[in-house]
Design a protein around this ligand. Structure first.
Ligand code: F6R
Length: 369
């Protein structure tokens, strides 16, 4: 059942190109129009939505943080992403014009389920993004868009995360299509870019040996930091979460701009800092800012591990280790940038003698609040 892999996690990491392709399958027609017939909320109601609120936990929350960028960009609707476990305690402002998107691999996470119930009691419409057919969260939601990652057995979420991102982009485009903020060519362009992702993930997976070697060389460290900007920030949080849960190391993700407001004091000689670099072709100001962040942390002695697009030469002088990823549009970069971080955490955990499929103290679905 592990298909020759040493762990379910390794198998599920390797399954990602297919999981992404399966999640796209049948949802876009030859003309590039989206058909999400499963989303049984009438277009007339979706046109009246004036705010989107995303709720989720853990890795699914990181997918939701990235989705906020995509939804706001495509629909121009305000969108907030909130931890499901915090949501109902602050008396959130919801009404029938609010679309709540609940993201959950298992569909059984109690924190997310309680947030869904709270949202519906306030009259909001709830769309679930879920990987498990017939689970509780989709049953209690107004509609569901399933991710087609296949069963995820390893406790640490990998292929579910990538497919959650794909589903979120589809929701963003679908809302854009219905509301008329994006149509025709623009949607076709993003759809074409999404359809290239399986091949790009495959390409990343084929170049992971240096990442594994680096992970093994860091097995006796205490701390690893992760830094990103824009959609690279949730990717940094996800890289840190994977390392905590699998390698039991102190790992933290920061928004690069926040470093100077405190965390930069953590940096000393030899501290590994992983930096996710946005595309230099997209919004170049983001890229330039990150390059100066890398210089700053390296000047303070950090050992920099730089994840950057192929052909980005500006980062080369400041990278102690350089991990290349294929060129993608900025919003889609998390789909390729997360993969090396999954491999890194899995290898580092194995090098520390940990059981990667069943980390200590954790369960695959958290059914208590
Ligand atoms: C991390 C991980 C957890 C889950 C979280 C939500 O690798 O697996 O953080 O992402 O418990 O689970 P679901 O998506 O099932 O609601």
């Amino acid at each position: 059942e592990k298909g020759g892999y040493a762990s379910f996690m390794l198998k599920e990491i390797a399954d990602q190109p297919k999981a992404v392709a399966d999640t796209l399958l049948g949802r876009i027609d030859a003309s590039g129009t989206l058909h999400l017939d499963e989303v049984r909320i009438p277009p007339s109601e979706l046109r009246e939505v004036d705010k989107v609120v995303i709720i989720a936990c853990g890795t699914a929350f990181h997918a939701g943080m990235i989705a906020k960028y995509a939804i706001e960009h495509v629909t121009r609707l305000p969108c907030e992403t909130e931890l499901a476990s915090e949501f109902r305690y602050r008396d959130p402002i919801l009404d029938r014009h609010t679309l709540v998107v609940a993201i959950s691999q298992s569909g059984e996470t109690m924190d997310t389920l309680m947030a869904v119930r709270h949202a519906r009691e306030q009259g909001a419409k709830v769309l679930a993004i879920c990987n498990t057919n017939g689970s509780t969260i989709p049953r209690e939601s107004d509609a569901v868009l399933y991710t087609h990652a296949g069963p995820e057995v390893a406790v640490a979420s990998t292929k579910a995360f990538l497919t959650q991102l794909v589903a979120c982009y589809l929701v963003a485009l679908y809302l854009g299509q219905i509301r008329g903020t994006k149509w025709g060519d623009e949607i076709r362009t993003v759809v074409r870019q999404l359809s290239e992702v399986p091949r790009q993930v495959e390409q990343v997976l084929g170049t992971m040996e240096p990442v594994r070697a680096l992970a093994r060389s860091l097995a006796d460290r205490d701390t690893v930091l992760f830094v990103g900007r824009h959609v690279g920030y949730p990717v940094a949080l996800e890289g840190a979460l994977k390392l905590k849960e699998l390698a039991y190391m102190h790992a933290e993700g920061f928004a690069a701009g926040e470093l100077k407001h405190g965390p930069i004091a953590l940096i000393d000689e030899g501290l590994p800092v992983v930096v996710i670099v946005p595309s230099p072709r997209g919004r170049s100001v983001l890229h330039d800012k990150i390059v100066s962040n890398i210089q700053e942390i390296r000047a303070r002695g950090a050992r920099t591990v730089v994840i950057a697009e192929e052909g980005d030469e500006a980062v080369v002088p400041y990278a102690d280790h350089l991990i290349r990823i294929p060129a993608t549009p900025t919003l889609l970069q998390p789909l390729v940038a997360t993969v090396p971080l999954q491999v890194f955490a899995c290898e580092l955990a194995t090098a520390r003698g940990n059981e990667v499929d069943q980390p200590r103290n954790l369960a695959k679905s958290v059914t208590v609040e």
